[in-house]
Design a protein around this ligand. Structure first.
Ligand SMILES: C[S@@+](CC[C@H](N)C(=O)[O-])C[C@H]1O[C@@H](n2cnc3c(N)ncnc32)[C@H](O)[C@@H]1O
Length: 213
């Protein structure tokens, strides 16, 4: 059985993504460069399920892009809970804001345009229950160190792309490949970080689930 067959099998045996997300995913692929950055059906259902399990009151996302993962997290939020999602690329707003504001979950999502590394401390966000990190791979260590003191004890950080197309196992990484170096530095830091419990789940491009002790 090929990987494609298995992917089809998984997609047909889990919750459907629904018409709205299906249309958003298609629009993302048609109109945006690097459309493959959107997390898609399987990881989207996983994010919703994690959100259901954690039951956050306050969630943050670093890296909104077209809004696909933000909508999946919002779908899992209880009434009264909020997701703050941050996107640094201001030209992304014209595409993403209408998709978020036109959705069933608009009242649960606050979209902020700017650098999450700067905005989250400026906004004074603390007692975060769930953080999803999916922004610039070169700054994963900075995102993590900024977030950890702001996440409540027992709260979670989920970091995406932590296997980085398998490049993390390369013996030698070129100095110019700053994204691989960023992910490797993050994974190495976590491996010896006793402030947290962590596990890497090899779904899609690797998801690291981190729980603050
Ligand atoms: C992989 S995409 C996010 C995909 C989205 N989470 C999803 O799964 O549908 C990464 C996004 O992070 C944004 N980004 C990069 N660095 C950022 C930062 N420091 N703060 C906020 N957004 C950032 C990029 O512009 C890009 O749109």
């Amino acid at each position: 059985m090929s990987v494609d067959n298995l992917d089809d099998y998984i997609r047909s045996h889990i919750d459907p993504e629904g018409d709205y997300l299906h249309r958003l995913y298609r629009d993302t692929q048609l109109r945006l460069s690097y459309g493959q950055m959107a997390c898609g059906h399987v990881q989207g259902r996983l994010l919703k399920m994690f959100t259901r399990m954690v039951q956050p009151r306050l969630a943050v996302e670093l890296g909104t892009f077209s809004g696909y993962s933000a909508l999946c997290i919002a779908e899992g939020l209880e009434d009264g809970a909020v997701l703050h999602t941050f996107e640094i690329y201001d030209e992304q707003e014209d595409f993403t804001r209408p998709w978020i504001e036109g959705s069933y979950y608009a009242d649960k999502i606050r979209l902020h345009i700017g650098d999450a590394l700067q905005l989250i401390p400026e906004m004074g966000l603390t007692d975060i229950d769930l953080a999803f990190v999916d922004a610039d791979k070169r700054h994963y260590v900075d995102f993590y160190e900024m977030l950890l003191p702001r996440v409540r004890k027992g709260g979670f950080i989920i970091a995406d792309n932590t296997l980085w197309y398998g490049h993390v196992v390369e013996e030698k990484t070129r100095e110019s490949d700053q994204q691989t170096l960023g992910i490797k530095a993050f994974n190495d830091l976590l491996a010896n970080d006793y402030r947290v419990e962590k596990v890497i789940v090899p779904v899609r491009d690797g998801l690291t689930i981190i729980r603050k002790k």
